[in-house]
Write a protein that binds this ligand. Structure first.
Ligand code: GDD
Ligand code: MG
Length: 354
């Protein structure tokens, strides 16, 4: 049995002012009008053997998710389960709770495919094939990751060093390093021995729970306490804030993947983009002869290599190069295109002022 688990949590602060607390990254419109949440659900339902997808998200996004899922014609909405968090506690608690839910409904042998809701993936046939390869390894007890060929020393990713080959498409993991420093990332990429962690995972429920008890016992203990004190018989499970606050705030990468014993990486060749910044978003739309990329209504005069995302208003730029302009009704972002990582500092600043 394959049960996909969608994680939809983080706010995507580098995509301010479009991605906000009320409307985070998975629910932003892409150039073709679709949202990442919609595309992720379509992918998930496609590999789900029971027609069921488990979504772990904030209780604020429950109706938003449900409406989006209903757009998929193959979706039986009554089969979908939602685990609703009162606050975000990062991915380790979210995955632990999903594991307990899947264990309860489908037993220890069920395979969870963990999928972040904010990735853009193309090449669905290759994707599905890779997921089945990962599921096979997970069924043998390997905590399985999807390794992406690294193209730059990105510091926001996990890095995986492959060890002994398991078959023609997978290896044992020799080392997993979450978010290394720039220097280390540069060394990893130039060594040619590392791949990026895609952020997706294939876990057999029983193996994951066991591994987590070893590497992150507090997370599993608190997740169990939380799960046991909640009514989990409905398709919509709501956790209480007081219990939930006891869960340690830690990601699955640090809590489990860096430390566990039996881990594998599957070579992944589908197109993968984590759309972490406006730069990544810009690269999704075509550029004109001057290198400008435009979404919405905009006029460029004497300007090169700009990215413009207009909202309801017309945006015009004259005589400027390498700028990103993102306009919304109540906020506008103007940034140099090499500084797209710095956008999150704006959100930090706003939060500090609150
Ligand atoms: N439900 C829920 N609750 N989801 C969450 C929470 C939470 O508290 N926190 C994060 N998520 C979701 C995010 O919405 C995203 O879809 C996914 O889990 C991963 O979280 P990120 O915060 O985006 O992680 P990251 O990008 O820093 O790092 C992870 O992804 C990289 C690839 O994009 C790691 O797995 C890295 O190793 C990996 O390279
Ligand atoms: Mg991410």
């Amino acid at each position: 049995k394959i049960i996909p688990v969608i994680l939809s949590g983080g706010a995507g602060t580098r995509l301010w002012p479009v991605s906000r607390k009320a409307y985070p990254k998975p629910f932003m419109q892409l150039a073709d009008g679709k949202t990442l949440a919609e595309l992720t659900f379509d992918r998930a339902l496609d590999i789900a053997t029971e027609g069921e997808v488990v979504t772990v998200t904030s209780r604020d996004y429950y109706f938003l998710c449900k409406d989006i899922y209903k757009k998929n014609k193959k979706c039986d909405i009554d089969k979908q389960s939602f685990l609703l968090e009162p606050i975000g506690r990062n991915t380790a608690p979210a995955i632990a709770l999903a594991a307990l839910q899947v264990q309860k409904a489908h037993g220890d042998d069920a395979i969870m495919i963990v999928m972040p809701s904010d990735h853009l993936i193309k090449n669905i046939e290759t994707f599905n094939k890779t997921v089945y390869q990962a599921a096979e390894l997970a069924a043998k007890g390997y905590l399985t990751t999807f390794g992406i060929f690294p193209t730059a020393p990105e510091t926001g990713y996990g890095y995986i060093k492959a060890g002994q080959r398991l078959n023609d498409h997978a290896s044992v993991i020799e080392q997993f390093v979450e978010k290394p420093s720039l220097e280390v990332a540069e060394a990893y990429v130039s060594s040619g021995e590392y791949s990026w962690n895609s952020g997706m995972f294939a876990f057999q429920v029983g193996s994951l729970i066991e591994a987590m008890q070893k590497t992150a016992n507090e997370v599993m203990t608190q997740a169990k306490a939380c799960f046991d004190s909640t009514d989990t018989n409905n398709s919509q499970v709501e956790f209480e804030l007081k219990q939930f606050m006891q869960l340690p705030d830690i990601s699955i990468d640090y809590a489990v993947m860096e430390k566990a014993d039996k881990r594998a990486v599957v070579d992944s060749r589908f197109d993968w983009n984590d759309i972490g910044s406006w730069n990544a978003m810009a690269n999704l739309s075509d550029s004109d002869e001057a290198g400008n990329r435009i979404e919405g209504k905009a006029i460029t005069v004497d300007s090169k290599n700009c990215y413009i995302r207009a909202g309801d208003r017309l945006v015009a730029v004259v005589g400027v190069n390498d700028l990103m302009v993102v306009d919304t009704t109540d906020a506008v972002l103007i940034a140099h295109k090499d500084k797209s990582q710095g956008v999150k500092d704006v959100v930090q600043f706003l939060k500090a002022k609150d």
